[in-house]
Design a protein. Structure first.
Length: 269
């Protein structure tokens, strides 16, 4: 019987020890009123923040949970972002982050025992899309000799604004409608220090049947080019342009249509 009592006492001690261990939770940073934990994880709920100086940003306030509550903040690069303690909310101590300049900083939040969690803060000058050219192809309407595409390619060799490896940069005027309109920067070979400057916008176009659809219009040096765009989920974008009107007279049979397609890698920066 003594052994049985000893066994139950051992189980009780285990529960008490377990309960005490739960009270000292690993430190995390979180947004909102209180942290929301997923069962079986002890990862930070917020570990990265990004800002763009070209946009109006409110300060970000994060809560701290875990550790012994005696918190201290070490900011690697204070010129990039300021990090200060602010009012407690709902029993949780808070820090306020405000972006200051382009760059990156690591913020360590530590408690009195040396337990810590980290926050990476990245500040960029602006938000933009980059379209890097990966290749191109010509297509011709059904029934027309495909052999003509070689002649078309030679005649229009100087037409593309960017070569393979060159890229466009799109800086949205309003990021809530990022694909609608904004500044267009053209880097023909991708090696230029200064881009060619233009604009991009979405324009309605009516076809022969009277249907209206939207095209991208790129404007540079007074020239306007219209593209259909197809964006896939894997970061690929295809711009297609009807180049039939720019082919020399007599090169194509009557009624033939030639389309120039450029393949791009699309990324947001």
């Amino acid at each position: 019987m003594k052994k049985l009592y000893s066994f139950f006492a051992f189980i009780v001690v285990l529960f008490i020890a377990s309960g005490c261990q739960d009270d000292y939770r690993s430190m995390v940073l979180f947004e909102g009123v209180e942290p929301i934990y997923q069962i079986g994880t002890c990862n930070n709920l917020v570990s990265n923040l990004s800002y763009y100086l070209s946009e109006t940003n409110e300060d970000t306030v994060l809560g701290i949970d875990g550790g012994d509550g005696s918190y201290n903040v070490i900011n690697e690069h204070e010129s990039v972002a300021s990090v200060t303690f602010t009012d407690d909310v709902n029993g949780y101590q808070r820090i306020k982050i405000h972006p200051l300049a382009e760059g990156e900083t690591i913020v360590k939040v530590m408690d009195g025992s040396g337990e810590e969690t980290q926050l990476r803060i990245t500040v960029k000058g602006r938000r933009q899309y980059t379209l890097t050219k990966m290749g191109f192809e010509y297509g011709i309407s059904s029934g027309a000799p495909t052999e003509l595409l070689g002649d078309v390619s030679k005649e229009l060799a100087e037409r593309p604004w960017v070569k393979d490896g060159g890229y466009y940069v799109l800086v949205p005027e309003d990021f809530s409608n990022s694909m609608w309109k904004g500044i267009l920067e053209i880097y023909p070979t991708g090696k230029e220090e200064e881009p060619l400057m233009g604009i991009y916008e979405t324009v309605p176009v009516e076809d022969e049947s009277g249907d209206t659809y939207a095209l991208w219009q790129f404007t540079y040096n007074g020239e306007k080019r219209l593209f259909t765009r197809t964006v896939s989920g894997n970061g690929k974008c295809v711009l297609a342009e009807n180049v039939t009107p720019f082919c020399p007279f007599g090169l194509l049979p009557e009624g033939a249509l030639v389309v120039y397609r450029e393949m791009f890698l699309l990324r947001m920066e």
